[in-house]
Design a protein around this ligand. Structure first.
Ligand SMILES: [Zn+2]
Length: 601
């Protein structure tokens, strides 16, 4: 590894020298005064704004964002490095309280935005002066279409305080759960995350016990009643909002926020359901890889990993650098800069936040956090997160409002880079390793596409039933969940519990906190297949197009942006080409079955 590569964040270089840096104190103290100044400058001017005023507003709010983000980012990064640091936690609490105060100051301005009608905003969005903010303004206008009159909105705002209770209740209830599980001959108490991870264990008994442990807690009558009441309450609120505000269907409110039209999202669902045979084929092949006669639900999540080989970080990072160097020199240069400038924190340490992430915002350098231990997934994670980082870097040409892409585009660089790396890695490995890597990749793809869409088809049925006036008990929710499971897995998975005990839905936080959100993950993955397919066919000449998609950030609606580059997300063919690629991966996976009887199709 290059000797000037750093494996720890150099936060002092970008932010403050430490918690006692006087600049940090000064910036914290300036939060509320800066907001106050901003609000008084624009108060009364938004409701009748013309293009000049809005341009001035966006410039000023961008500047305000830049002034305030150092504090937020610095404390967030410090707490990520040591979640136990009480000094950092104290400052974060202080900043949070100041932000709440600032938000209160901001409310009247928000109200003024609502007074600017949708049509007025749509017209303003066409002004050349506002070109850098066009999509943000149009998006605001789209949301305003669903606004009620002022007194109704006021009631809704008041009511929403009470309605946030069910979601918090689910979080707090699930947070209080403890799980007992027999491990290595003794009973241990574990967190939900620990038990969930054990569902991937290579030992079947461990997996089975992990499932049972989760169900023992989630399936008590009290918890089932509480969780089903909580969930149906959230759904009732959602569907009454849909009706009051005049959305076209139960999913439309989400689609408007995700900047996708209903017909596109419907097509995504329909095409995925129609290709569920691929999901089933994966499980059938997995059963053979595992050498089982029957694949039970607790086998479906099994990892086939058995070897213990690990990669040194220097080896892994070299692999990543070789991969991006062969792809594009700007990608390569960016990763090298991240390493040299101390913007990747590589190894686990006591108190450090788990998992991995990339953080990027307008006018601030990208940072990546890893917890590198050297297994195959960790190697892929390096490329995944550095992919996110280069996406953020390329989007810097956009304005503040056009910087962040919607979720459906947010994984465009990460999964793409990760796939390039995996493909390179496969060329260097022997069969046993290729099998593990393929299995890990397919498992991710299946979970990201088919399982997420299964959540959505379940949600859709529940929301539509409740919208039509039905009441659903937990037994009915369980039965619906099982029906949707079977719709996707067919006969390829055998369920170890009765349908009425299938409480899987109650373990998915997203369906409580952000209804219908999960389809964006599936869409993002399918998009990456389409991009890779073009890259394979067109080679280097596609790279500038690809980079231009990334550099667009969130400045255009996904459909428009992708159409400009030849991807028609309104056409079934877009989805079918992705499913063809997945089919081809399954062929490769099948060829790796030891002594395979390869007759199944
Ligand atoms: Zn990601």
């Amino acid at each position: 590894m290059d000797t000037d590569f750093q494996t720890q964040w150099d936060l002092a270089r970008y932010f403050y020298t430490g918690l006692d840096d006087p600049r940090l104190r000064a910036d914290i103290d300036s939060i509320v005064p800066r907001f106050r100044e901003f609000v008084s400058r624009f108060s009364g001017r938004i409701r009748n704004a013309d293009a000049d005023t809005l341009a001035e507003y966006y410039d000023a709010s961008g500047a305000l964002h830049d002034q305030l983000q150092s504090v937020e980012l610095y404390l967030f990064y410090r707490s990520s490095l040591d979640t136990q640091d009480t000094e950092v936690a104290k400052l974060m609490g202080e900043v949070e309280a100041l932000n709440i105060e600032a938000e209160k100051l901001w409310l009247p301005l928000e109200q003024e935005w609502k007074e600017l009608w949708s049509d007025t905003l749509k017209a303003l969005a066409q002004s050349p002066l506002l070109a850098p903010h066009k999509n943000a303004i149009e998006q605001k206008a789209n949301n305003l279409r669903y606004l009620l009159d002022e007194s109704a909105e006021r009631v809704a705002t008041f009511k929403s305080r009470a309605l946030s209770v069910p979601e918090t209740l689910r979080e707090e209830l699930a947070g209080s759960f403890v799980f007992d599980m027999q491990m290595d001959g003794e009973m241990r108490t574990m967190t939900e995350d620990e038990v969930r991870t054990l569902r991937m264990h290579h030992d079947r008994d461990v997996r089975k016990r992990a499932y049972e442990s989760l169900r023992r807690v989630y399936n008590t009558r009290q918890n089932q009643i509480t969780l089903s009441r909580t969930y149906t309450q959230i759904v009732k609120d959602w569907v009454s909002d849909v009706e009051l505000r005049g959305y076209a269907g139960v999913m439309s409110a989400r689609n408007v926020r995700e900047e996708l039209d209903d017909t596109t999202v419907d097509m995504l669902l329909q095409e995925t359901v129609e290709h569920a045979n691929l999901y089933q084929r994966y499980f059938e092949l997995k059963r053979k890889h595992l050498g089982l006669d029957t694949l039970y639900d607790y086998d479906a999540t099994a990892s086939i990993a058995s070897s213990k080989r690990t990669f040194d970080f220097s080896e892994a990072i070299q692999l990543h650098l070789d991969t991006v160097r062969d792809f594009d020199k700007e990608f390569h240069a960016h990763s090298v800069r991240m390493l040299k400038e101390g913007r990747i924190d590589v190894f686990p340490s006591h108190g450090k936040r788990g998992g991995a992430f990339a953080c990027y915002t307008k006018n601030s350098p990208e940072f990546v956090l890893l917890n590198y231990t050297g297994d195959l997934r960790d190697v892929a994670t390096i490329s995944h997160e550095l992919g996110h980082a280069v996406h953020g870097y390329l989007s810097q040409i956009q304005s503040h409002t056009g910087f962040h892409s919607p979720l459906s585009l947010a994984e465009t660089a990460s999964v793409f880079c990760e796939t390039l790396l995996s493909e390179r890695l496969i060329r260097t490995l022997d069969d046993e390793w290729i099998r593990e890597l393929m299995d890990a990749r397919l498992q991710d793809i299946m979970a990201t596409i088919f399982r997420q869409i299964q959540y959505i088809t379940f949600e859709k049925r529940v929301h539509e039933s409740i919208a039509s006036g039905m009441e659903l008990t937990y037994r009915e929710l369980n039965a619906l969940w099982r029906e949707e499971q079977i719709r996707f897995t067919g006969a390829s998975v055998t369920y170890s519990t009765l349908a009425e005990e299938e409480s899987g839905w109650s373990m998915i936080p997203h369906i409580f906190s952000t209804p219908f959100y999960c389809y964006a993950y599936a869409f993002g993955n399918i998009l990456v297949f389409a991009l890779l397919d073009r890259y394979r066919r067109e080679g280097a000449s596609f790279i500038p197009e690809y980079k231009s998609i990334l550099a667009s950030g969130g400045s255009k609606r996904p459909k428009e942006l992708l159409m400009e580059h030849g991807f028609d997300i309104g056409s079934p063919e877009f989805y079918r080409s992705a499913f063809r690629s997945i089919g081809a991966m399954l062929d490769e996976y099948e060829a790796l079955i030891p002594d395979a009887s390869r007759s199944w199709r």
